[in-house]
Design a protein around this ligand. Structure first.
Ligand code: WT7
Length: 579
C-alpha cells in the first residue's frame, strides 16, 4: 500500500484548487492573455517581470538581498526598473545588438539580477555562469555562446577570466562591479557605466519566439549543450510558478538556487517577479543555522530548495528548527534530484509541512510535473503534469518507442510545444533534433506512471552525473584530467552519495613512467579543481591499469559504475577491455 500524507484545510485557497477542472479549462491563449504584453504587441520577459509592477506597485520590494557582510539591501520594483533601464542603456551605448550574448559570472549580488533583466529588456540574450566554475568550464561555455559582454566581479575576473581572455575572441566588453578606480586594463567599470548611462525608455520590441535566455547543461559526451529559450517562456514561468509553487501576491518567497543554473533564473528571478511576489536572495553559501534563521526572520512563506540541502538540514538535527519560528511557512517544494520519502516526512516534523517534489530540466525551462498544494502527497512520487502539459512513458517495442501502460517503466517524454521548451542547442541542430521523436520531446529520464497519473522517477537513461542537483558531464571531466601529463586515460562516473546523491569519481590510468601514488592523486585533484572548479572536479580518484571500452573505443562508464557498486555487469557484448 502506498503511503499518503494527508493535508489539512489550506490557510489560503491554493492557486490550483481543482486540478481536473484546470486541465479541462486549459488553453494556451488564456495563459498568454494573462500577461501584460508590450504596448506594441510583442512579448518581453523583462517587461512582464519589471515594468508591469513598477507601474502598479513601484514601492513594493522585488528583491531583498541578504549580503555576505550581514547587511540587508531592498530593491523595489521602481528601483529595479531604473537599474535595468540603465543597464539596457549601457548595452545600447556599447553597440550591443538584439540577440547578442551577454554573460554574467558572479555570486548572488544585486548587479547580477539587474544585468539579467537589463539584458532581456534590451533584447539581447542573457547567460549566467556558476561562479564556482573554474576557467575551463567558463571558457567552453563562453566560446559556444560567443559572449560579447561579460559582467563579473574584479576578483572573479582576475582569478578565472584574465587567464583565458586571449582565447575568447568574441568577448569585447568586460564590465566589472565595485570600485570604478580598481578596474584592470581591458575592463570597464559597470558602476561608472550605470551612473553615466541614459536609461532606455522602453523594453525592446521582442516577439514570443525571439531568443532570451541561454542555459548550459551537460550531456554524456561532447561539449556542454547551450539550451536556448525564447521570450515566450515567460508565459510558463509565470503560470508554473503560480501553480506549482502556489505563489500568492502577499508571499515572501525564497528560492535557494543560484542563477548560474536554470532554477535560479526561471524561479529565482522570472517566476516570482512576474507574479508580483517579493523574493529573498541570500548571497551566502549553505549553512544550517543561517538558513533556519532566514526562514524565521524574513518570514518566508514559500520556499523552493533542493534535496541535497534538505538532507544536510536533516543531518544538522532537530534542535535548530525547534529553536526558530517557522509558523509562517505555507508551502515548501524541491527540485533537481529525487526527493527521498524520508525527506518529505521530515518536512512534516521539522517544518510543519511536507516537501512538494517538482520535476523539470534545463531544456523544459520550467516545472512540468509537481505535487500540488491542493493534493495529498505520496512520498517518492514526483507528482503529476501541470495543466497544459502532456507526458508519456515511452517503452521500446522492437525498433519503435510507444506509450506504455500504467506501471511500466520507460523514458519520460513530453508532448512538444509548451512555451518554455528550449528552442535550440546552440550550434548543434542535429543534437537538438535527436531529442525529439514524432511530437514527443525525450527527456533522457526513466520513469513510470501509476494508475492515478502520478509519475515516479526511476533513473537517468544516460551517464550524466547528478551531484547535488547539478548535472555534470563525465566527458568534460575526463577531458580535463587527460590534459594533465600524469594521466593517460580517464573514465568518470557518478558514485552514490548519501547527501549529494552522486559525487564525481574518476578512474585514471597513470601516464607511462608515473606511479599510481598519493603524489599523483594530489596533483590530479588539485589540477582538476583549479581547471574545473569544485562543483565539477572529481571528489575521488582511483588508479586502474585498464578501462573497459566498447570496440569503437568509448569508455563503458556503465560498467565502471556496476563494478563500483558490486552489481552485475549486464550486457558486455561490445566490451573490448584494453589498457
Ligand atoms: C535532471 C535535470 C530543473 C531544475 C534543476 C535541474 C533530474 C530534476 C528531479 C526530481 C528526480 C530530478 C533529472 C532531470 N531531476 N528534478 N524531482 N526527481 N530527478 O536541471 O540540470 O537540467 O537537470 O535533474 O534527471 O533530467 P538540470
Amino acid at each position: 500500500m502506498d503511503e499518503v500524507i494527508r493535508k489539512g484545510p489550506p490557510e489560503l485557497t491554493p492557486t490550483l484548487p481543482d486540478y481536473a477542472r484546470a486541465c479541462a479549462d486549459f488553453s494556451w491563449d488564456t495563459a498568454r492573455a494573462e500577461l501584460a504584453g508590450l504596448p506594441g504587441g510583442g512579448l518581453n520577459i523583462a517587461f512582464e517581470a519589471v515594468d508591469r509592477y513598477a507601474t502598479s506597485a513601484p514601492e513594493r520590494v522585488a528583491f531583498r538581498f541578504l549580503r555576505r557582510g550581514g547587511e540587508v539591501e531592498d530593491l523595489t520594483w521602481a528601483g529595479l526598473r531604473e537599474g535595468t533601464a540603465r543597464f539596457a542603456g549601457v548595452l545600447e551605448g556599447l553597440g550591443v545588438r538584439p540577440g547578442d550574448r551577454v554573460f554574467a559570472l558572479a555570486g548572488r549580488i544585486p548587479e547580477l539580477y539587474v544585468a539579467a533583466l537589463g539584458t532581456l529588456r534590451h533584447g539581447a540574450v542573457f547567460c549566467s555562469l556558476f561562479a564556482a566554475f573554474g576557467p575551463e568550464p567558463i571558457r567552453t561555455r563562453m566560446e559556444i555562446g560567443a559572449g560579447r559582454v561579460l559582467v563579473t566581479t574584479p576578483a572573479l575576473y582576475t582569478r578565472k577570466v584574465a587567464p583565458i581572455r586571449d582565447r575568447l575572441p568574441a568577448l569585447e566588453f568586460v564590465l566589472l562591479t565595485g570600485d570604478p578606480n580598481a578596474c584592470p586594463e581591458g575592463t570597464l567599470s559597470l558602476t561608472r557605466l550605470l551612473e553615466e548611462a541614459t536609461p532606455t525608455k522602453e523594453a525592446a520590441q521582442t516577439r514570443e519566439d525571439d531568443p532570451a535566455l541561454l542555459h548550459f547543461t551537460s550531456g554524456t559526451t561532447g561539449k556542454p549543450k547551450g539550451a536556448l529559450h525564447a521570450h515566450g517562456a515567460v508565459i510558463w514561468h509565470r503560470l508554473s510558478a503560480r501553480w506549482a509553487l502556489d505563489l500568492h501576491p502577499e508571499d515572501v518567497y525564497w528560492c535557494t538556487a543560484d542563477p548560474g543554473w536554470v532554477t535560479g533564473v526561471s524561479y529565482g528571478i522570472v517566476g516570482p517577479l512576474t507574479n508580483g511576489v517579493t523574493s529573498i536572495v541570500d548571497e551566502g553559501e549553505f549553512n544550517p543555522e543561517r538558513w533556519y534563521r532566514i526562514l524565521d526572520e524574513q518570514r518566508v512563506t514559500v520556499w523552493y530548495t533542493a534535496p541535497t540541502a534538505l538532507r544536510l538540514l536533516i543531518r544538522a538535527g532537530m534542535d535548530l528548527p525547534r529553536a526558530v519560528d517557522l509558523s509562517r511557512l505555507r508551502h515548501v517544494a524541491s527540485v533537481g534530484e529525487p526527493l527521498n520519502p524520508h525527506a518529505v516526512r521530515w518536512g512534516v516534523e521539522a517544518l510543519g509541512l511536507p516537501i512538494h517534489d517538482t520535476w523539470w530540466q534545463t531544456e523544459t525551462g520550467g516545472i512540468l510535473i509537481a505535487n500540488l498544494a491542493a493534493e495529498d502527497i505520496h512520498p517518492g512520487a514526483m507528482g503529476r503534469t501541470l495543466p497544459g502539459i502532456e507526458a508519456a512513458i515511452l517503452a521500446r517495442r522492437g525498433d519503435a518507442l510507444e506509450p506504455a501502460p500504467p506501471g511500466e517503466e520507460g523514458e519520460l517524454a513530453i508532448r512538444a510545444g509548451w512555451p518554455s521548451m528550449f528552442r535550440a542547442y546552440l550550434n548543434e541542430e542535429a543534437r537538438y533534433r535527436r531529442c525529439f521523436k514524432d511530437s514527443w520531446y525525450l527527456t533522457g529520464d526513466l520513469a513510470r506512471r501509476d494508475a492515478d497519473g502520478l509519475l515516479w522517477f526511476v533513473g537517468r537513461a544516460d551517464d550524466v552525473i547528478n551531484s547535488s542537483g547539478h548535472l555534470v558531464g563525465p566527458f568534460e571531466v575526463e577531458s580535463a584530467l587527460m590534459e594533465h601529463p600524469g594521466a593517460a586515460e580517464a573514465g568518470v562516473i557518478g558514485k552514490p552519495d548519501p547527501v549529494a546523491m552522486e559525487v564525481v569519481k574518476a578512474f585514471v590510468i597513470p601516464a607511462a613512467g608515473r606511479a599510481p601514488d598519493e603524489a599523483l592523486r594530489a596533483e590530479l585533484m588539485a589540477y582538476a579543481r583549479k581547471r574545473l572548479g569544485p562543483a565539477v572536479a572529481p571528489r575521488e580518484i582511483e588508479f586502474v591499469t585498464t578501462l573497459p571500452r566498447t570496440r569503437s573505443g568509448k569508455v563503458l562508464r556503465r560498467l565502471l559504475k556496476a563494478r563500483e557498486l558490486g552489481l552485475p555487469e549486464g550486457d558486455t557484448s561490445t566490451l573490448e577491455e584494453a589498457s
